[in-house]
Each structure stands twice: as structure tokens, then as C-alpha cells.
Design a protein around this ligand. Structure first.
Ligand code: NAD
Length: 486
């Protein structure tokens, strides 16, 4: 079924065909849709477009599988998940290459760590437990708090980290006893279809189904009476639709949404030393990172020097096809995002804002290559400061007073992440404590792990992923009140 194809960079890849995974079987769809390699702007594969009936079949299979999957022990489920991680490991190189081809991210620096982290997360999460708590006990009575699985979980995922963001939903849902139906974004369906396909050889039928297709499949999941929870990652706009639709059946929802993270570089920061971290914190994954640095607040005392050094660093980074090992930044993932980024550039130019680096799109290139762009001190009210750009443009904004920087960082509908940088750790932590966001890093950026809760404040989301708190959200608390003797 699998054939090897050669790309221009002599990389062997899985060349399809791709199937839906439903009820333990690989299923063809009547219709298909194109998948574009963003580095070429050309179609390189076809993905199956599931019908409403096929999505329905996946949900029914998940509901059936829930009866047995939820009844076995954590230890038994761990064995399955470890086997799944082993199976994925065998396909690791193929998944890495496919991820670069469909998403655009550089193979070695981004795609490989994403797949490796996802596999490692499955193993680590499989080893976690939610123990029964004794809430109170005396001679005659005991109260136990159990956390029972919800039922069928529907996962809806975006195109920036298509492997990691999906599997870090799947693993905690499965280990806690739920079954799962995943709908990946139509922009990057292939890696999900492949890891769904791989799952069918190791997991019981119906435990994990993967169904690709158009955006219209999303609402079918969010209002479906047999789906107990929607675990959604995507834009705030779509998140609102999910929330409204889920209300009809009082579904549990976890929403991981957009952000406009500020990095505040304090007056005592060793600002030259941290430029690589700030650069990659903003531009890693082509800036398509929910917790990417989207606004850089720099103290006036070193602003000019900082911009010059930041631009010098930017000049060392090659933009190109992610399969090229020299490349640090790949293309933007899709035409829609590329066009959206152009509106930021148009606004910057129309308002005479100063572009310190980049800003010129090479229209002769066929892929979605967007130049690394640094905007020097645009006004606070400008589009590039106020809105989530989700791409390789960063505003560097001057501040004089720390209180003012914190107020500006917090003046946003978003509250996903943020970072504070300074030599005096205690002072930096004091500033971090005032940043209104779910994750605030101090002198580091983007550290994450299975025991580190991840989630947004304000319109950046509801609920948490990862950490004990995140795993609890795949369960219902159930209190057992037991009289010991009559
Ligand atoms: P999107 O909201 O356009 O799409 C996300 C998913 O929702 C896709 O699978 C899409 O098919 C589906 N969808 C579309 N309409 C739907 C509907 N009415 N009901 C249910 N599902 C529907 O987001 P995107 O453009 O794919 O991703 C980029 C956004 O995601 C950015 O705003 C980014 O900040 C955010 N994001 C957040 C996190 C986080 O953890 N907070 C992580 C990654 C990305």
C-alpha cells in the first residue's frame, strides 16, 4: 500500500493513498481534496473528504468502543499506548518528512522535534494516573472521589503543529478511558491520516478514528449528542462557534485559541545575549505559533542597538524549502495565511511605519514565502501591535516605564502566553506575576512538558491541556459516598 517517492531533496516519503480510519478499518472516501506543499504552492497529494455518514460511523464506533476501553485498567491502556508509540517510532522518519511537505516547517529544526516530542508525550502521558482520592473517612463511612472518563472526545486541530497538537489531545483522552474522533484541519490532514492509519494496527477498533474533510465536519462534531467533549485548538473566532454549538448538548470543551503574546525586555537585560531566543521565540515555525512572541517591548535605553543587533541576527537566517537543511524558516503554511499577512504589510506601509528589515515579498517565488520582517516602533494602536499576525512579522515597540509596558502587554483581548527578560530574576518574576496570561516564561521561552499546564486566559481559551489539570479535564468527577456498616 505504501510506495516511496523521491522529492527534489532525495527524501523518500509515503506517497499515499491516504485513508480515513474508522472503526478499526482503513476506509476510502467518495470525494477527495488537494493537499498543497506550501514550499511549491503545488498540489502534492489528495486526502479523502469524509462524508457526513462516515463521520457519523466514526462517532458510533467510538461510542461502542468506549464500553470496553473505559472498563479496562489504566495499566492495560498504557500497554496499548506504549505499543502505539512504538508503532509511530517505526514510522518516525516518514512522518517527519510528511510534516515538512504538508506544513512547510524545516525538517531538522522543527518537524523532527515535533514528531519526536509527540511520540515521547504518548509514552509519558501513558504512565500518568489519576488516583482515587479519599475525601473523608471515619469508622462508619467513607467518601471517595473518582475521576471517570467522559465518553467520546472529538478533537479538532489546526495546521501549525498538526502532529503534536493532535496527539497531545489523543494521549490524555485515551489513557483516562475515553475514545477519540480526530478531525484535522483540511490544510494539513496527511500526518494525522497516517498516524490514524498506524493506530488501527495497535489499538482496539473505534478507540481512535481520524476523519479528514472540510470545515463543515466541525459543526457536525460540536453539536453531536454522542460526543461528550470537544478538545479544540484553533482561532478565537472559530472557538466561539465551537462554544455556541457545544452548548446545545452541554458538552465539555477545552479551547486553545489565539494569542498576542508580549515579551518584555527589562532595562537590566543582557539584551544582546538573548537575541537568538527572542528571534526564534517570535519566528520559529514561521511565526505560526500560538504562544509565539508577537510583540517585543524593548526599553528605550538600548532600543536602537537592540533593533540593529536583532536585524543582524535575522540576516543570518535562510528562508526556503524546509527540506533544505540550511533553511531556518520555511514558507507560511497556506495561501489564506499568506494573504492575511500581506494585509499587515499593506497596513504597515500605508501608515508609514518603519520597516527595519524585510517587508518585500518576492512575487516570482511559487511557494508561500514571506520575508522575515521587523517593524521598528509602530504605534501601540497599529494593526501589527493589536492583532494576532501569526506569521514572520514582529513589531519591536519602545517603552520607558515598566508599569506602562505591563499595561500595554495586558491591554489585549488575548491572554495566552508572555515572557519577561532581565538579569535580576526576582524583579523579572515580579513583572511576570503582573502579566495576564496562562503561561509566562522568565528568561526562557516555550519550555513545555506533559506535567506543565498549558492554557489561555481571556479570549485565548477555556481550560488547560497537559499537567494534572489538563488530564482531569478528560474526566468527570464522581463522588462515591459509602456507609461502611449498617
Ligand atoms: P481555525 O480556527 O481556522 O481552524 C481550526 C480547526 O477548526 C480546523 O480543523 C478547522 O477545520 C476547524 N473548524 C473550522 N470551522 C469550524 C466550526 N465552525 N466548528 C468546528 N470546527 C471548525 O484555526 P487555524 O487557522 O487552523 O489555526 C490558527 C489559529 O489557531 C491561530 O489563531 C492560533 O493562535 C491558534 N492556535 C492556538 C493554539 C493554542 O494552544 N492556544 C495552538 C495552535 C494554534
Amino acid at each position: 500500500m505504501s510506495t516511496a517517492a523521491q522529492t527534489s531533496h532525495s527524501v523518500s516519503i509515503f506517497d499515499g493513498p491516504y485513508y480515513l480510519s474508522i472503526a478499526g478499518k482503513l476506509v476510502e472516501a467518495k470525494d477527495s481534496f488537494d493537499v498543497i506543499n506550501p514550499a511549491t504552492g503545488k498540489v502534492f497529494a489528495k486526502a479523502p473528504a469524509a462524508s457526513a455518514e462516515q463521520l457519523e460511523a466514526a462517532i458510533t464506533a467510538a461510542k461502542t468502543a468506549f464500553k470496553t476501553w473505559s472498563a479496562i485498567s489504566y495499566d492495560e491502556r498504557q500497554v496499548y499506548l506504549d505499543r502505539y508509540a512504538d508503532a509511530l517510532q517505526q514510522h518516525r522518519d516518514e512522518l517527519v518528512r510528511l510534516l515538512t511537505l504538508e506544513q512547510g516547517k524545516p525538517l531538522n529544526s522543527m518537524a523532527a522535534p515535533e514528531v519526536d516530542q509527540a511520540i515521547s508525550y504518548i509514552r509519558q502521558i501513558a504512565a500518568r494516573r489519576i488516583p482515587v482520592e479519599i475525601v473523608e473517612e471515619n469508622d462508619s463511612h467513607v467518601v471517595e472521589l473518582h475521576h471517570v472518563p467522559l465518553g467520546v472526545v472529538g478533537g479538532i486541530t489546526p495546521w501549525n503543529f498538526p502532529v503534536l497538537l493532535a496527539l497531545w489531545k489523543v494521549a490524555p483522552a485515551l489513557i483516562t478511558g475515553n475514545t477519540f474522533v480526530l478531525k484535522p484541519t483540511p490544510y494539513t490532514p496527511l500526518t494525522a491520516l497516517r498516524f490514524g492509519q498506524i493506530a488501527q494496527s495497535v489499538l482496539p477498533a473505534g478507540v481512535l478514528s481520524v476523519v479528514s474533510g472540510g470545515d463543515h465536519l466541525g459543526p457536525q462534531m460540536t453539536n453531536h449528542p454522542d460526543i461528550a467533549k470537544i478538545s479544540f485548538t484553533g482561532s478565537t473566532e472559530t472557538g466561539k462557534h465551537v462554544l455556541r454549538s457545544a452548548a446545545g448538548t452541554v458538552k465539555r470543551v477545552t479551547l486553545e485559541l489565539g494569542g498576542n503574546d508580549a515579551a518584555i525586555v527589562l532595562p537590566d537585560a543582557d539584551y544582546k545575549a538573548i537575541i537568538p531566543q527572542l528571534f526564534w521565540g517570535a519566528f520559529g515555525n514561521q511565526g505560526q505559533w500560538c504562544v509565539g512572541i508577537k510583540r517585543l517591548y524593548i526599553h528605550r535605553s538600548f532600543h536602537a542597538d537592540f533593533v540593529a543587533a536583532f536585524v543582524d541576527y535575522a540576516k543570518t537566517v535562510k528562508v526556503g524549502d524546509g527540506l533544505d537543511p540550511e533553511v531556518g524558516l520555511g514558507p507560511v503554511q497556506n495561501q489564506m495565511q499568506f494573504d492575511k499577512l500581506k494585509t499587515f504589510l499593506d497596513d504597515i506601509k500605508a501608515n508609514g511605519q518603519k520597516i527595519a528589515f524585510g517587508g518585500d515579498i518576492d512575487e516570482t517565488q511559487s511557494g508561500y514565502f514571506f520575508p522575515i520582517t521587523v517593524v521598528d516602533n509602530p504605534p501601540e494602536h497599529s494593526k501589527i501591535v493589536q492583532e494576532e499576525q501569526f506569521g514572520p512579522i514582529i513589531p519591536i515597540i519602545v517603552y520607558d516605564d515598566i508599569d506602562d509596558a505591563v499595561n500595554r502587554a495586558n491591554a489585549s483581548i488575548y491572554g495566552l502566553g508572555g515572557s519577561v527578560w532581565g538579569r535580576d530574576t526576582k524583579a523579572a518574576v515580579a513583572v511576570a506575576n503582573r502579566v495576564e496570561a496562562g503561561m509566562v516564561w522568565v528568561n526562557e521561552i516555550h519550555t513545555q512538558g506533559v506535567d506543565i499546564p498549558f492554557g489561555g486566559h481571556k479570549q485565548s481559551g477555556i481550560g488547560t491541556e497537559q499537567g494534572h489539570e489538563g488530564r482531569l479535564l478528560f474526566t468527570n468527577p464522581k463522588t462515591l459516598l459509602i456507609k461502611k456498616s449498617f
